[in-house]
Design a protein around this ligand. Structure first.
Ligand code: NAD
Ligand code: GDU
Length: 326
């Protein structure tokens, strides 16, 4: 396949790009490098240093590429930051996606895999969360993504636009030679590994009074390799016109861990100790997000094999040491 990958210089997009290339596919990355570096662009991919809000640039890229499908990762991702500057998230995540969709309607292709999020659900009524649960984001980041899901539903209904919306839970871990390195970093696992390496003096725990077993938030950590596999399956299904034209799937493991449990596991895996600092809650954080992912398993045959939290942490730790030296 010939695929356009927006945000392909980032953590998850860059991982999927490497797997696509390894599978013999042709890849063009479209990224403004606002949250990544040129050095993260995979060898073998064509690179367009472009801004999604620039419709002419998007149109030109789509026309010249004649792609079979688009994987749309480009977005701002910090849920906490979205509670400070929500407008930036609606501009960069929602409005720019509309620009992309308009361009795709104009020149094709009409097939898109969208990086959605567990943040679309907000505080769940029950866990694990299934795809038909209520959608009431507790942060503007989640809302900026849910608005895209709404747009996609109408594009599908009216224009027959084919799409898969993958609602990832908390993505972590690394493949050989490529992993998470956001700058600035806001995600708990790389921050903990920073503390384990001594790059950070401690790890802050945001909130100790959540209704969970130890008072800290529960999240479902899924290996980035398993998530990448889900993209390849979704893309394959979109190019098969006998399959449904609209797919919405959760991507998680079904098992939740508290922040304290993740810290304990990281101490175990790294063999390092580091201080924790108890801090107030971070605005917009739901207490518990755990996925029910049976739908993608039964409909697309998704078969996550990359392992549990310790395996995720082991791969992330290996990458972290290569990335930041030790
Ligand atoms: N990391 C997670 O746990 C998680 C969970 C759920 C959903 N997601 C979604 O997955 C996607 C990828 O996340 P990530 O962790 O790889 O993030 P990332 O920041 O590493 O990658 C995003 C990339 O998009 C680029 N970008 C942002 N805005 C752009 C624009 N307007 N035009 C062109 N390029 C732009 C950035 O430069 C960056 O390279 C995001 O859409 C995110 O919302 C991530
Ligand atoms: O220094 C930190 C950072 C995070 N946390 C806590 O750790 C948990 C996980 O936080 P992350 O920032 O790692 O991840 P989020 O759950 O906030 O959000 C992530 O997963 C979501 C889906 O669940 C989104 O899609 C989003 O892109 C992605 O950032 C949260 O309870 C958060 O409060 C801390 O205690 N200390």
């Amino acid at each position: 396949m010939n695929v356009l990958v927006t945000g392909g210089a980032g953590y998850i997009g860059g991982t999927v790009v490497r797997l696509l290339l390894a599978g013999g596919h042709k890849v063009t990355i479209f990224d403004n490098l606002s949250h990544s570096k040129r050095s993260a662009v995979a060898e073998g991919a064509t690179f367009v240093h472009g801004e999604l809000a620039d419709k002419e640039c998007v149109l030109k890229t789509l026309r010249e590429g004649a792609f079979d499908g688009v994987l749309h990762f480009a977005a701002l991702i910090e849920a906490g930051e979205s509670m400070v500057v929500p407008e930036t998230f609606f501009r960069n995540n929602t409005a720019t996606t509309l620009t992309l969709l308009e361009a795709m309607l104009e020149v094709g292709p009409r097939r898109l895999v969208f990086s959605s999020t567990a943040a679309c659900y907000g505080e769940p009524e029950k866990t694990p969360i299934l795809e038909d649960a209520k959608l009431e984001p507790t942060n503007a980041y989640g809302e900026s993504k849910l608005l895209v899901e709404h747009m996609l539903r109408w594009m599908n209904k009216i224009h027959g636009f084919r799409y898969a919306s993958l609602r990832y839970f908390n993505v972590a871990g690394a493949i050989e030679g490529y992993g998470e390195a956001h700058e600035p970093e806001s995600h708990i696992i790389p921050l903990i590994l920073d503390a384990a390496m001594g790059r950070r003096k401690n790890i802050k725990i945001f909130g100790q009074d959540y209704p969970t077993k130890d008072g800290t938030c529960v999240r479902d950590y899924v290996h980035v390799k398993d998530l990448a596999d889900a993209h390849l399956l979704a893309l394959g299904a979109l190019t098969d016109d006998t399959r449904p034209s609209r797919m919405i799937y959760n991507i998680g493991t079904g098992t939740g861990f508290t922040v304290r449990e993740v810290i304990d596991a990281a101490r175990r895996v790294t063999g390092k100790d580091f201080p924790v600092e108890e801090c107030p809650r971070r605005d917009g954080d739901p207490a518990v997000l755990v996925a029910g992912s049976d739908k993608i398993k039964s409909e697309l045959g998704w078969n996550p094999t990359s392992g549990d939290l310790d395996t995720i942490l082991t791969s992330a730790w290996k990458w972290h040491q290569i990335r930041y030296g030790s």
